[in-house]
Ligand binder design. Structure first.
Ligand SMILES: NC(=O)C1=CN([C@@H]2O[C@H](COP(=O)(O)OP(=O)(O)OC[C@H]3O[C@@H](n4cnc5c(N)ncnc54)[C@H](O)[C@@H]3O)[C@@H](O)[C@H]2O)C=CC1
Ligand SMILES: O=C(O)[C@@H]1CCC=N1
Length: 243
């Protein structure tokens, strides 16, 4: 069984995507018990026991808790595979915390819960590729690219939710009922993503196919550019990787 130290949002999404019984701990929140209730397995009161009993361990707590968690696990981690999903935490930091373990650095996103996630794995962690492929697409990257990976994939469900909110609110201001605007936008979002994929990621072609010279789309795109859409994404990336 996979053991989850921390059974919060991201660990829970992975566990639901994998869809198998788990071993899980939390810090008293009750979320480990809720996850076990849903998927089967066992809640444990002690991270060392969890590590001893798990086939592989996923670190699903917050990054700043690494040293405290590793100290609690101690020698139980000897010879174990420890998969970290901790944002901004290097392989060197993980290896220092778990010197007797095989450590793997992975950056997933929450759509893994639906098996439509993206997980980036730092080079050296290839043994975890098959596991994460069960819950979506996997990209193996040099470790130097992992922060940018997090800033473009892990955070993206939240960005897309914000973009959706903004577009739906604009539709409501234009006179659409909110529920109808939501349904229409989400269908458009899904279809547009499929179209971009079908066009092999050729964003310019997709834009040109929609944009009549001097027409409505050209006016809308110009307004988005004037209001700093590209700068907003660029600054968001800098904000994320800057910590
Ligand atoms: N939420 C997301 O979309 C993503 C999160 N991550 C990473 O996943 C990790 C968890 O983030 P979230 O799930 O969002 O946070 P969360 O707050 O939902 O979950 C963290 C969990 O860790 C547990 N915990 C704290 N101390 C513990 C301890 N000593 N022993 C066992 N469990 C303990 C807490 O009870 C909590 O349930 C973070 O390191 C974050 O950087 C990475 C990619 C995406
Ligand atoms: O917000 C966070 O810190 C985490 C890391 C990426 C997504 N959620």
């Amino acid at each position: 069984m996979i053991g989850f130290i921390g059974a919060g949002n991201m660990a829970g999404a992975l566990a639901r995507g994998w869809g198998e019984p788990v071993l899980a701990t939390d810090s008293g929140s009750g979320r480990a018990a809720a996850l076990v209730e849903e998927l089967g397995g066992e809640t444990l009161g002690d991270n060392a026991e969890l590590v001893r009993r798990a086939d592989a361990v996923v670190l699903g707590h917050k990054p700043y808790q690494l040293e405290q968690v590793a100290a609690g696990v101690g020698d139980a981690a000897t010879g174990k595979t420890v998969i970290s999903i901790l944002g901004g935490t290097s392989i060197a930091q993980l290896q220092a915390a778990f010197p007797q373990s095989t450590v793997i650095r992975a950056v997933p996103n929450t759509p893994v819960a639906l098996r439509r996630g993206v997980t980036c794995i730092a080079e050296g962690g290839e043994q975890a590729v098959a596991l994460f492929e069960r819950v979506g697409s996997v990209f193996v990257l040099p470790e130097s690219q992992m922060s940018v990976a997090l800033a473009t994939t892990s955070v993206m469900p939240a960005y897309v939710a914000l973009v959706a909110e903004a577009a739906i609110d604009a539709g409501v201001r234009g006179g659409l009922p909110a529920a109808r605007a939501t349904e229409m936008f989400l269908a458009t979002l899904a279809g547009s993503a499929e179209l971009l994929i079908a066009r092999g990621g050729d964003t310019l072609t997709v834009r040109r196919e929609v944009t009549s010279p001097g027409g409505s789309t050209a006016r809308g795109l110009a307004a988005l550019e004037r209001n700093g859409l590209r700068t907003a994404f660029d600054e968001a990336l800098q904000a994320v990787i800057g910590g």
